[in-house]
Design a protein around this ligand. Structure first.
Ligand code: 0X9
Ligand code: ZN
Length: 795
C-alpha cells in the first residue's frame, strides 16, 4: 500500500479546549501525539478523554476501475481505512469533511460505508462507560482493555491451574508485558505439538483480542464436559496471546481509536511500525505494495527485519519450542481466512493442505451463525503483504501459518458493535477447533487434486496426479506408493509415482477392458515411520474407476438456438434479461460481463444477461431489481448409462460497492419444468462471483430420476442493492457412459469374431488347467461342455 498519511484537520479536544489544527510536514495527528501524554491507561474517565477525533469523517468504499482513477485517488491523499491495496477492486478510505467534496468532484464511484466515524466512536465509548456501571454481565458482552484482558487470563488460570498457566512472551517497546496463557492437559506426555494463536497485532482491531481470549476461555472451561475439547487438550499445547501489540492497544483506548501500528518513535515526527510487515521472512521484498519504506505509512515495515521488540520476542518465543505446529494470527476486518503466501503470488508447496484447511475453517465458521468468509492465499485474496507473521511461521519455521480476518465486511469495520463480540468469537472458535481436529486426524496430506477419476477409457493407461505432503507430520521422502488392480478381486500391484514438482507426483492407472473397473489407493510414510493411507480404508475400500467409453449425447455452443427459453413467466428483473448473442463485454476493475464467449475456435455467441451498447458503462444492461431465467431445451437422458450435464458459467456480483447478497442459481427438472431441484447456487460470496468462466458437471441421477424430459434453468438474481450483476452460460454438454460392445462368450481370444482359433485356444487352455469357462473356480469337464454349447450357439 503506497498511500501517504495525509495532513488532517481533526480537532483535538483536551479538557474542553479545542486546539487549532496544525498543517504541513508530518500529519497533524502525529505532531499532536508527540506531545500527548499517554497517562490515561484506563479508559473509564470521560474527563480524561484526550482521544483524537474523527468528526464528520466518512468511510467510503471506492471501486477503482482505471489507471486514471488510481492516480486521482492517490492525489487525494486519503487515509486507508482497511489496508486494501489501491491496486484493484474495492478499497475503503476515511474521508475528512474537507476532502469529501474533492472525492465527489473526482467523478469516481463510491459507496458510503460509514456516515460519521466519530459517531460510531462516541457510541462505542458511551456504551463502554455504561457497561462499567453494570455488574454480573458476561465478560464477552463488552470490549476489554489491556489490564482487563490480562486479569481475565489470570482468572482462567486460577480456575484450572491443572490445565492452564500464565506466561510472558517478553516486553513491548514501552515495557508492557506481552502476556499469554498456555492451556494443555497432563495427558499425552511432553512434547505435544504446539498451537500458537495471537490477536491485536494491529491495535485498532479490537474484536481480535476478544476472540482469542474466548478460545482460552472455552479450552479451560469445557475440558471436563466436551469430549472433543478434551481430545484437543490431550493432543496439543495451546499458547494464546490475546494482545501482541500492547502499546498500540493502550493507544487506541487513550489517544487514537484508529491506531494500527506499534508506538515506535520513528524520529522524524512520525510514529509506529506495522508489526505485520516486520517479521524476518522475505522482509521488504518486492513487489512494491507488500510493505512500505515510508515511516508515515500504515504498512511501514521498520528499518530492518525484527527491528521491533514485539516481533522479536514473539518470534523468539515461537522458535524456542521445536514442537510448534501451527500459528494463527487473528485480524479484522473483512471475513477472510488467509494462508501463505503473502509475499508472492506463487503457490506454496503445501497449497493443497492450505486449501483444505481454508475450506474447512470457512465452512465451520459458516455453520455457526451463517457468516460467509472467503478463504485463500493472502497475496491473491487481499493484497501483497511481506514480512507478515504467517509467512514467517510457514517459511522460516515450517509451521502451518495462517490467519483470520474477523467480522464485519465494512459496515462498521474496526468499530464492530459489542453485541457481535460473542457471535464472532463463537465462529472463530469453531474454525479453530475444526483445524485442530483435522490436523489431529491427518498425519500427512495425500490427495488427488481435481478428484479421483470415477471413470476411465477402455484399454488406456491413465496418468494421475497425486499430492503428497505434510499435515501434522512430515512425509518420508521416497515413501509414496500407488496400489492398483483391474477388477475387484486379486492382489494389488504396487508402483512408485514419479516426482513432478513440490508435493506433486505422477502415478498411472493400468489399462483395463471395457465394462471392468480399476481399483486403487495410495500410501506413504511419515518421517517417524507411520503409514498413512488414502483413502483410509486402503485395500479394504479402495477408490473405484469404472471402465467405459464416454458418449456425447448433446452439445450446444450457443451459435444457433436449439430451443432455449429466454425468460420465464414470473421473472421480475427490469433490465438485463437473458439474450443469446456475441457479448460486448463490460468492465468494472475486472471484466463484469464477458467480452468473449467460452467456445474455443469459431464460436462467438453465448447466453448472457443483457447486451448494452458498445462503450457503455458497466451498469448498463446488468440485471436490476429482480431475477431473470434461462431454460435449456428438453434433454432426453432416459435410458442412458450415468448421464451427466456439464456447462460453462460466468457470474459477477462482486462489483458495485455494496456488500453482496445476490446469487446465481442453477436447477434441474425431470418433468419438463413442472418441479425443480437445485444443482448449485453461486454466491453470494466466494469463488466464481467475480467473473471468469467456470465449468461445472453434475451426474443427473444424483438429483433426479433421468427421464426423456429433463431441463436445466439458470436464474440470475439481483436481490440486494447497488450491485452489478452479470451472468452467462455457454457450451452445455450432456454425456453418458457408452455401453460396452457385447462379446460373444465363445470369443475366447476376445478379437470380436468366433472362429476355429477360439476353439484351439480354448482346448490348449483346458489342457493347461486354465479354462474356467463357467467361472465356478475350477477347470473341469463342465467348462468343456459349456464352451462347446456356446461355440455352436450363434450370437
Ligand atoms: O494487512 C495485514 O497485515 C492484514 N490485514 S489487516 O486489514 N488486518 O491489516 C492481512 C494479513 C494477512 N495475513 C494473515 N492474516 N495471515
Ligand atoms: Zn490487521
Amino acid at each position: 500500500m503506497d498511500l501517504m498519511m495525509t495532513p488532517k484537520s481533526k480537532r483535538w479536544i483536551a479538557a474542553g479546549i479545542s486546539l487549532v489544527a496544525l498543517t504541513g510536514g508530518a500529519s497533524n495527528s502525529e505532531a499532536r501525539q508527540q506531545s500527548a501524554v499517554e497517562a490515561v491507561e484506563h479508559a473509564g474517565n470521560p474527563e480524561q478523554d484526550r482521544r483524537e477525533r474523527y468528526d464528520g469523517y466518512r468511510v467510503v468504499r471506492v471501486s477503482i476501475q482505471s489507471e486514471r482513477q488510481r492516480r486521482v485517488m492517490t492525489s487525494l491523499e486519503l487515509e486507508p481505512y482497511n489496508c486494501r491495496a489501491p491496486l484493484f477492486g474495492a478499497t475503503d478510505y476515511m474521508v475528512s469533511p474537507e476532502k469529501f467534496p474533492l472525492l465527489k468532484e473526482a467523478g469516481i464511484e463510491y459507496v458510503v460505508m460509514i456516515e460519521n466515524l466519530q459517531k460510531l466512536i462516541d457510541a462505542e465509548w458511551a456504551r463502554i462507560q455504561a457497561h462499567h456501571q453494570q455488574r454480573g454481565v458476561d465478560w464477552f458482552a463488552e470490549y476489554k482493555d489491556y489490564a482487563q484482558m490480562r486479569a481475565y487470563t489470570q482468572s482462567l488460570v486460577a480456575l484450572r491451574p491443572d490445565l492452564a498457566s500464565n506466561f510472558v512472551v517478553g516486553q513491548s517497546l514501552q515495557a508492557r508485558d506481552i502476556f499469554g496463557i498456555r492451556v494443555t492437559s497432563a495427558v499425552g506426555g511432553p512434547n505435544k505439538p504446539g498451537i500458537f494463536i495471537h490477536g491485536l497485532q494491529h491495535s485498532r482491531e479490537w474484536v481480535t483480542g476478544m476472540s482469542v481470549t474466548y478460545i482460552a476461555d472455552r479450552l479451560v472451561r469445557t475440558y471436563e464436559t466436551d469430549a472433543e475439547i478434551r481430545s484437543l487438550l490431550d493432543t496439543y499445547e495451546f499458547y494464546i496471546v490475546p494482545c501482541m501489540n500492547p502499546d498500540g492497544y493502550v493507544h487506541t483506548w487513550t489517544t487514537n481509536r484508529m491506531w494500527r501500528k506499534n508506538r515506535r518513535d520513528n524520529g522524524d515526527g512520525t510514529f509506529g511500525v506495522d508489526l505485520n510487515r516486520n517479521w524476518g521472512f522475505q522482509w521488504g521484498v518486492l513487489p512494491a505494495g507488500g510493505s512500505s519504506g515510508a515511516t508515515n505509512n500504515e504498512t511501514y515495515r521498520g528499518p530492518s527485519a525484527f527491528s521491533e521488540p514485539e516481533t522479536t520476542v514473539m518470534s523468539n518465543f515461537v522458535s524456542s519450542n521445536p514442537n510448534m505446529l501451527m500459528h494463527i494470527d487473528v485480524h479484522s476486518f473483512s471475513q477472510l481466512v488467509l494462508s501463505a503466501w503473502g509475499y508472492t503470488a506463487e503457490s506454496p508447496a503445501d497449497a493443497g493442505l492450505f486449501d483444505t484447511l481454508n475450506a474447512g475453517v470457512v465452512s465451520s465458521i459458516f455453520g455457526v451463525h451463517g457468516s460467509t468468509y472467503v478463504g485463500g492465499p493472502t497475496f491473491t485474496t487481499i493484497y501483497p503483504a511481506n514480512g507478515t507473521a504467517s509467512d514467517w511461521a510457514y517459511g522460516a519455521r515450517n509451521m502451518i501459518g495462517w490467519g483470520v480476518e474477523c467480522r464485519d465486511t465494512g459496515q462498521t469495520g474496526f468499530l464492530l458493535p459489542a453485541d457481535q463480540i460473542l457471535p464472532n468469537a463463537e465462529e472463530v472458535w469453531a474454525g479453530f477447533k475444526w483445524a485442530g481436529a483435522w490436523l489431529r486426524d491427518n498425519g500427512l496430506f495425500i490427495s488427488i487434486p481435481g478428484g479421483a477419476p470415477s471413470s476411465v477409457s477402455p484399454d488406456l493407461a491413465l496418468p494421475m496426479t497425486i499430492e503428497f505432503g505434510r499435515a501434522r507430520q512430515f512425509p518420508q521422502a521416497g515413501s509414496l506408493r500407488l496400489f492398483t488392480r483391474v477388477g475387484s478381486s486379486g492382489g494389488f500391484t504396487e508402483s512408485v509415482p514419479s516426482a513432478v514438482i513440490g508435493n506433486l507426483f505422477l502415478g498411472t492407472l493400468p489399462p483395463a477392458p471395457c465394462g471392468s473397473s480399476v481399483q486403487f489407493y495410495v500410501q506413504g510414510q511419515t518421517t517417524s515411520g507411520v503409514t498413512v493411507t488414502f483413502p483410509p480404508g486402503g485395500a479394504g475400500s479402495p477408490l473405484v474407476a469404472n471402465v467405459s467409453a464416454v458418449a456425447t449425447v448433446f452439445a450446444d455452443d450457443a451459435e444457433a438456438n436449439l430451443g432455449w427459453t429466454l425468460g420465464a413467466p414470473g421473472d421480475t428483473a427490469t433490465s438485463g434479461q437473458w439474450v443469446r448473442a456475441n457479448p460486448i463485454g463490460t468492465v468494472s476493475g475486472v471484466p463484469v460481463q464477458p467480452e468473449d464467449d467460452h467456445t474455443v475456435g469459431a464460436g462467438v455467441n453465448c447466453f448472457f444477461t443483457g447486451q448494452g451498447t458498445a462503450g457503455g458503462g458497466a451498469g448498463q444492461a446488468d440485471v436490476d431489481s429482480g431475477f431473470t431465467t434461462l431454460v435449456t431445451p428438453v434433454l432426453d437422458v432416459g435410458g442412458l448409462e450415468n448421464p451427466r450435464i456439464g456447462y460453462w458459467r460466468w457470474y459477477s456480483n462482486a462489483r458495485g460497492g455494496a456488500p453482496e447478497t445476490d446469487t446465481f442459481r442453477v436447477d434441474i427438472s425431470g418433468n419438463n419444468g413442472a418441479t425443480w431441484v437445485n444443482l448449485e447456487t453461486v454466491g453470494p460470496a466466494g469463488e466464481g462471483t467475480d467473473g471468469g468462466w467456470f465449468y461445472r458437471e453434475f451426474a443427473v441421477s444424483e438429483y433426479i430420476t433421468p427421464t426423456s424430459a429433463v431441463r436445466v434453468r439458470f436464474i440470475a438474481d439481483d436481490a440486494g442493492t447497488g450491485s452489478l450483476i452479470e451472468a452467462a452460460v455457454d457450451d452445455v454438454v450432456v454425456t453418458a457412459d457408452a455401453v460396452c460392445p457385447v462379446m460373444c462368450p465363445a470369443d475366447f481370444d476376445e478379437n470380436g469374431i468366433v472362429n476355429s482359433q477360439d476353439f484351439f485356444d480354448f482346448v490348449a487352455a483346458f489342457f493347461a488347467g486354465d479354462a474356467d469357462f463357467n467361472n465356478d473356480g475350477s477347470t473341469n469337464s463342465q467348462d468343456f461342455f459349456d464352451f462347446i454349447t456356446a461355440f455352436f450357439t450363434p450370437c
